[in-house]
Structures are given as structure tokens and as C-alpha cells.
Design a protein around this ligand. Structure first.
Ligand code: NAD
Length: 294
């Protein structure tokens, strides 16, 4: 049994933490939102009054926060968590953040003798609940092997992307593809339905044809096509459009850094910004469907 501090119990963090708890680990949890902590406390976790209190005495710290600034705020600086952790603590930073911020946090951890991995995930809230996430990991292979048993309780694919920050680079590449696929699927669904097709029939034909992709397999954006998808629940739950816009912004920064040409990613970012301007940033990212049917 390992004592684990889990910081950030949102759409993803809560089900991930629950899988560690179910496997018999001791969990000390912290989130700015009380209700999330209470939910896990009712299942046996210990709710803490701060991130530092959660991490006190923990062998492993896992964080799942929205964006770069939250991760910098948590770990860095004189009052940051890295300054309070015991050398030898293992930190698994699972949020999707800028690769250069991940590298900064890696360096600060290394300076204190703390082993850290950037380990962003793919697989959505369903993957988090089922324990079938894909982890894309940046850091040393030795640290990855130490963390592998814990990753294995939350995910099924544990992939080493490379050195510090590499997990984040892989993640923004992946999410750029996902956003483009979601937009392409949503516009095709709207076009097919507008031309008289039944949405479920069209979805199944494309799923089994060369247009097939992850959104058609698991996450159809048309309401009612997939009962469990956010589209069928008023676009609630899932992965917020504002987080997708953040990831597309990170992808554009990476492209800028390397001088890569990413016209599809750039367009996808503009489309998601439009959704944010329409006040739909808190909705699941499949809400992009509404741009094509309203
Ligand atoms: P979320 O907004 O639902 O959860 C984030 C949680 O962090 C919130 O509960 C918030 O209160 C908490 N928080 C923020 N600052 C904090 C602090 N300083 N201390 C403690 N708690 C703090 O977001 P999410 O959907 O769970 O996503 C988390 C990360 O995972 C993001 O980086 C996102 O891009 C990534 N991600 C999300 C999905 C998805 O499907 N939702 C999939 C893959 C990756």
C-alpha cells in the first residue's frame, strides 16, 4: 500500500483517484472544490485542507489540474509544493500543460531530489472511470518503471514519449488531431442529416468506412446517436471546450517553436475560440456540433 496525495479532483482526477483507492492505496486528496473531496472521503479517502497537508507523509503525489498556471502555482516558488516535499518523493503530473512549463517543473524537482514525470492522458472521462487511459510520459525510464504499477491502475497504455516535457508534446499533437476529427465529424453529420439521412444510420456507415475515427467510435457529437456520449446529455460532463481551446493554443505554440506548418490546427483553434465567445466553453468539446445545426 502506498500513501498517495491526489491534487485536483475534477472530471478526470476524481475517477482516477477512485481507481487508486479501490486498489487499496491510502489516498489523501485536495481540491479547491469541497464537494469533490467529500465524494471521495465518503469512499475512504482522507480530505486535506491544502495541497501541502495532503502531501505530508505521502510517498507519491499525483496532480490533475486544468492548465499550466495552476501547475506552476501548485509546485513552484518558495511556497510551492516542491519546496515542501521530502527528497525521494515521486510526482506524477498528469495535467495537459505547456511542454516548457513541464520542463521548468522537472528542473525544480530535480534540484530538490524529487523524481517527477509529466504524464498527460488520453481517453476521456470514460477512460478515467474504466481505468483504461493512455499515459504519454516524459522523464527518465527509471522513474517510469517505479511509477508503472500506479499508472497501470488508472490506464492500460503506458507510453514513454521521451525526456522531460515529451509527454506534453505528444499530448498536444494528439489533441490537435482529435479536435480536427471532431469538427470534421460534426460538419459531416450536419450535412448528412440536412440531406435527409438518419443521424444514427449515417454515424454507423461512416464508423465502418474510411471516414471512421475515434469520435465516431466513442464520442459521436450528434445528440442521441450514442447514449453515453456527452452530446446525449446536453453536452455536459466530458472534456470542456475551453480545455480543448487551451490544448489547441499549446499546439500552436509548439508549431511556432519548431516552425511547423499546422493549418488544420490553426483553424480548429479559431473554431473553438468562437464557441468560447458563444459562452459554450464549459460544455463538452463535442458542442462544436451546434455551430453546424443552429
Ligand atoms: P476540471 O476543470 O474538471 O478539473 C480540474 C480540477 O482542478 C477542478 O476540480 C479544480 O477545482 C481543481 N483545481 C484547480 N486548481 C487547483 C489547485 N490549486 N489545487 C487543487 N485543486 C485545483 O478538468 P479535467 O477535465 O479534470 O481536466 C484536467 C486536466 O486533464 C486538464 O489539463 C485537461 O486538459 C486534461 N484532460 C482532460 C480530459 C477530459 O476528457 N476531461 C481528457 C484528457 C486530458
Amino acid at each position: 500500500m502506498t500513501t498517495i496525495a491526489f491534487i485536483g479532483l475534477g472530471h478526470m482526477g476524481l475517477p482516477m483517484a477512485r481507481n487508486l483507492l479501490k486498489a487499496g492505496h491510502e489516498l489523501k486528496v485536495f481540491d479547491l472544490v469541497q464537494s469533490a473531496m467529500q465524494e471521495l472521503a465518503a469512499e475512504g479517502a482522507q480530505a486535506a485542507s491544502s495541497a501541502e497537508a495532503a502531501a505530508k507523509g505521502a510517498q507519491v503525489v499525483i496532480s490533475m489540474l486544468p492548465a499550466s498556471r495552476h501547475v506552476e502555482g501548485l509546485y513552484l516558488g518558495d511556497k510551492g509544493l516542491l519546496a515542501a516535499l521530502e527528497p525521494g518523493t515521486l510526482v506524477l503530473e498528469c495535467s495537459t500543460i505547456a511542454p516548457e512549463v513541464a520542463r521548468k517543473v522537472h528542473q525544480a524537482a530535480q534540484a530538490r531530489g524529487i523524481e517527477l514525470l509529466d504524464a498527460p492522458v488520453s481517453g476521456g472521462t470514460a477512460g478515467a472511470a474504466a481505468g483504461t487511459l493512455t499515459f504519454m510520459i516524459g522523464g527518465t525510464a527509471t522513474t517510469l518503471e517505479k511509477a508503472r504499477p500506479l499508472f497501470g491502475l488508472m490506464g492500460k497504455n503506458i507510453l514513454h514519449a521521451g525526456a522531460a516535457g515529451a509527454g506534453q508534446v505528444a499530448k498536444v499533437c494528439n489533441n490537435q488531431v482529435l479536435a480536427v476529427q471532431m469538427i470534421a465529424t460534426a460538419e459531416a453529420m450536419a450535412m448528412g442529416v440536412a440531406n435527409g439521412l438518419d443521424p444514427s444510420v449515417l454515424a454507423e456507415i461512416m464508423r465502418q468506412s474510411s471516414g471512421g475515427n475515434w469520435t465516431l467510435e466513442k464520442y459521436n457529437p450528434w445528440p442521441g446517436v450514442m447514449e453515453a456520449a456527452p452530446a446525449s446529455k446536453g453536452y455536459s460532463g466530458g472534456f470542456m471546450a475551453e480545455l480543448m481551446a487551451k490544448d489547441l493554443g499549446l499546439a500552436q505554440e509548439a508549431a511556432q517553436h519548431s516552425g511547423s506548418s499546422t493549418p488544420m490546427g490553426a483553424l480548429a483553434l479559431q473554431i473553438y475560440r468562437l464557441l468560447l465567445k458563444q459562452g459554450k466553453g464549459k460544455k463538452d468539446f463535442s458542442v462544436v456540433q451546434q455551430l453546424f445545426i443552429e
